[in-house]
Design a protein around this ligand. Structure first.
Ligand SMILES: Nc1nc2c(ncn2[C@@H]2O[C@H](COP(=O)(O)OP(=O)(O)OP(=O)(O)O)[C@@H](O)[C@H]2O)c(=O)[nH]1
Ligand SMILES: [Mg+2]
Length: 485
């Protein structure tokens, strides 16, 4: 048995005996929050913590609805080596004047929230109030896309990455890198500066495929797009090479150097993340910006589906999964959530959920998924719009009303960020297949624009009222409800 799972098992046994005998050891749920860049992780966590601390009305979160959540507070987070999630800073942005969305984060961070609650169980209530730690871990979904790298070597990765870069949609983005590649000899003696140049050109290509408005391309390595503290280290300085007969290349060749750096990336970046962070999570929410993919058209939807398949592979357990040879994941519940549902009128919320369910179903079939229980929902962590009606050509249309962010445009109109507008977003089609195939609403194509966060409401007692949301309570109930029984 690998050391990591042994220590886990021992930890669990200790925890439950301790709980039972003394009630002194507080149970902990490690909740992973992930999703691709800009999917809404930071906003979700900030809203989750604020809702719980401020005692928001959350009808579908049973413990809160039954008045059993007695006190919620932040505590120092237990992992010294993981940066703390900057809750106060993100909240300050959201309740600022004017309110702003928090900045992009791009690295792992963690926060410990403690809940004191009354149990529903008679014998447990006799010990007084119960406590539960929720350790919330925010990490980029792109990192999950690195798992398959553990299964392959530099040669195979190189070949696949080159093939992908030659597909028609990526030719333009990969041009400069390919030009440089054509001039080098992979068998020549290794040259650190050349390795850096090639790696930089390769990273620029990855960034460009990602920046394409009509694609959600997420090609590994995950850390190349958001390197954090490791920028410039050898483990992050490699790129695919085009070679034949690489078996005959000397150990001093550029090829061999790239190979070593690729292996270093797996050993020092990918494995530690999966072993030290991912494998310790108990519950997971994966946030998915389905509307952005629909906005991007068919190729973006295909990209998203591919990314979801790879992400679900990480949660798959059983004999054939990558895990069986590595570490055993313990996640037993996953929520897949389509975020930003406030960009739609409520009539379309169920449809958004159906579209995500369809996508998830296909991805799960492809990943031969088996493992933790998966629940799909559509939600908005913070609702930036309200609903209204507008009249157009004698017809009453259901609208959403909000402050479009400065620079957003609809039909050649550019917004300045300070005015409220009613927008008719269109309805999602009733048939999820139609939506995924690239579709038109009854009133033409649907385009989503971004809104500024809602105006914060100060409370007489200090602080701010909980943010309005959509179906947020259902996500919380699924993720931690059973832990508060
Ligand atoms: N209307 C609306 N917009 C949202 C919501 N959640 C996120 N957004 C928008 O999505 C953007 C990204 O949200 P973040 O929470 O920063 O996303 P993230 O996944 O942490 O992004 P990175 O840190 O860059 O990976 C925000 O700036 C908002 O514009 C929501 O509930 N409603
Ligand atoms: Mg973030």
């Amino acid at each position: 048995m690998p050391i990591s799972s042994y220590t886990h098992a021992a930890g669990d046994a200790f925890r439950s005996i301790g709980d039972f005998a003394t009630g002194l050891v507080t149970p902990t749920v490690k909740l992973g929050v992930t999703g691709l860049a800009r999917s809404g992780k930071t906003v979700f966590i900030t809203a989750l913590v604020h809702n719980l601390i401020a005692g928001a009305r959350l009808p579908f979160f049973d413990a809160a609805a039954q008045g059993r959540v007695l006190r919620v507070y932040l505590e120092p987070q237990p992992d010294e080596l993981v940066p703390r999630f900057e809750y106060e800073k993100h909240l300050a942005d959201l309740v600022g004047d004017p309110p702003r969305w928090p900045n992009s984060t791009r690295r792992i961070s963690q926060l410990r929230l403690t809940l004191e609650y009354a149990s529903t169980r008679f014998w447990k209530r006799q010990f007084g109030r119960e406590r539960l730690h929720i350790d919330i871990v925010d990490y980029p979904g792109e990192w999950l896309l690195d798992l398959p790298l553990l299964r392959i070597g530099y040669r195979e990765w190189s070949r696949t990455a080159l093939e992908q870069s030659r597909t028609p949609g990526r030719k333009k983005a990969s041009k400069s890198w390919h030009e440089a590649l054509a001039e080098i000899d992979p068998a020549a003696p290794a040259d650190q500066a050349l390795a850096e140049t090639l790696s930089d050109l390769f990273k620029a290509y990855l960034r460009e495929t990602r920046a394409d408005a009509h694609a959600l391309s997420t090609l590994p390595p995950g850390r190349f797009l958001m390197p954090g503290d490791l920028a410039g280290s050898p483990a992050l300085t490699f790129a695919p090479l085009d070679a034949k007969d690489e078996d005959k290349f000397p150990r001093s060749s550029l090829w061999a150097m790239m190979d070593r750096h690729f292996e270093a990336y797996k050993t020092h970046v990918v494995r530690p993340f999966f072993r030290n962070h991912f494998a310790r999570l108990d519950r997971q929410i994966v946030l998915i910006d389905v509307l952005a993919a629909l906005n991007g058209g068919q190729s973006a939807v295909a990209d998203l589906e591919r990314a979801m398949t790879e992400i679900l592979e990480c949660f798959r357990t059983g004999a054939n999964s990558l895990w069986s040879s590595l570490f055993s994941p313990r996640i037993d519940r996953i929520v897949l959530a389509a975020t930003k549902a406030d960009h739609l009128h409520h009539q379309s919320h169920d449809r958004l959920e159906a579209i995500l369910a369809k996508l998830a179903g296909r991805a799960m079939a492809r990943a031969e998924y088996g493992g933790a229980e998966v629940k799909v929902l559509a939600m908005a962590s913070i609702r930036a719009t309200r609903e209204g009606e507008a009249r157009r050509n004698g017809e009453t249309l259901p609208c959403i009303v909000g402050y479009p962010l400065a620079g957003e445009t609809i039909s050649r109109r550019t917004f300045d960020g300070n005015e409220e507008f009613a927008i008719f977003p269109g309805d999602l089609p009733a048939d999820p297949e139609a939506a995924l195939k690239g579709w038109q609403t009854e009133h033409g194509e649907m385009r989503f624009i971004r809104f500024r966060p809602p105006n914060p409401i100060p409370l007489p007692s200090g602080g701010f009222a909980p943010f309005p949301n959509i179906r947020f309570d259902r996500a919380i109930e699924t993720l931690i409800g059973d832990q508060l029984a």
